[in-house]
Design a protein around this ligand. Structure first.
Ligand code: NDP
Length: 299
């Protein structure tokens, strides 16, 4: 963990230390660059990620560009595919089939959302489970349920690394995950369970959510509602990880947690931006390099 984390006191109140996702992600990329070079030295082929983007959504173009830039920093080859919005489902399936068989590609990223005429579920299931760098394939989700994961979904995997970076042990802790999506909340709850936390999953129908949150030693929030978690919902000394990414009317990004007041109660807290976002990208790279290492017999 970078030492530029700030721990400061105001009278009796000690504010939480920051979990610096940007600095952690950089450390991950540096490690991956070394591992990528080792794979290339052994096999003559760098780890490779195919990125597939359909349509003109400006935000998706920025996300893919950021992922590609991070790949380059980690010594990962990028196989870039930008397709027009008019691409048919059959055409996209044909490309995925080709990438499944391409020996230069160890991970396949299909950027979501896809245009409405394409069924995302069919597309994500067409990606080979052995190249599923996003960890969204039902096979990999099932392996996670069993406690024997291969590819783990990037955002929850990044959250676990962020908790681990604090030195706070997960085992035996009360963990509360707010949000139950298939890409964040559910896999995160399973990862915490497999690390022997006692886990509660909350959602929009949970009764007295503040009381449940107040029981959490580890409070993980992924709902998509700006500043929803207020200081009165947080136990003193809790570790708080904010997955939410929300745009305020002034265009600034903010998380699901009301950062400043919650920072006064928590022991560790992740900011938005600069928290989970960079770690999600770093875990996509990590999954790609792991896949290449597996193929090269280096794992
Ligand atoms: P979804 O919309 O798929 O799921 C949201 C979840 O939050 C649902 O389970 C929903 O409950 C629950 N929820 C909504 N409102 C409440 C409420 N008032 N009280 C309790 N639970 C509530 O979102 P995602 O999981 O895809 O994303 C969540 C947030 O994380 C978003 O802001 C997204 O942008 C961000 N995100 C950030 C990533 C990153 O890399 N930084 C990656 C992925 C997501 P119910 O099931 O009952 O509807």
């Amino acid at each position: 963990m970078s030492r530029d984390i700030t721990l400061y006191s105001r009278g009796e109140i000690v504010a939480a230390q920051l979990i610096d996702g940007k600095a952690l992600a950089q450390q991950v990329r540096e490690r991956l660059a070394v591992e990528s070079a080792a794979v290339a030295a052994k096999t003559g082929v760098k780890p490779g990620l195919a990125t597939i983007l359909v349509g003109d959504d400006p935000a998706s173009h920025i996300y893919v560009k950021n992922k590609q830039k991070a790949c380059e920093l980690a010594g990962i080859y990028v196989d870039d595919h930008k397709l027009p919005a008019s691409t048919t489902q059959a055409e996209l399936l044909a490309l995925i089939e080709k990438k499944n068989a391409d020996p230069k590609v160890h991970g396949i990223l299909v950027q979501l959302p896809l245009p409405k005429h394409i069924d995302s579920r069919i597309i994500l299931e067409a990606v080979s489970p052995h190249k599923d760098a996003d960890g969204f394939h039902p096979y990999n989700f099932g392996r996670l349920v069993e406690g024997n994961p291969v590819f783990e979904a990037c955002t929850p995997k990044g959250v676990i690394k962020m908790i681990e970076s604090t030195g706070v042990t997960i085992e035996g802790k009360r963990a509360v995950v707010v949000g139950r999506s298939n890409i964040v909340g559910k896999p995160l709850a399973l990862m915490l369970l497999h690390r022997n936390a006692t886990v509660t999953i909350c959602h929009s129908k949970t009764k007295d959510l503040p009381a449940v949150c107040r029981e959490a030693d580890l409070l993980l929030v992924a709902i998509g509602k700006a500043k929803f978690v207020t200081a009165d919902m947080v136990k003193e000394g809790a570790v708080v990880i904010d997955v939410g990414t929300n745009k305020l009317p002034d265009g600034k990004l903010c998380g699901d947690v009301d950062f400043e007041p919650v920072r006064e109660r928590a022991s560790w807290i992740s900011p938005v931006p600069g928290g989970v976002g960079p770690m999600t990208i770093a875990m996509l790279l990590a999954n790609t390099v792991e896949s290449a290492k597996r193929g090269a017999g280096l794992l």
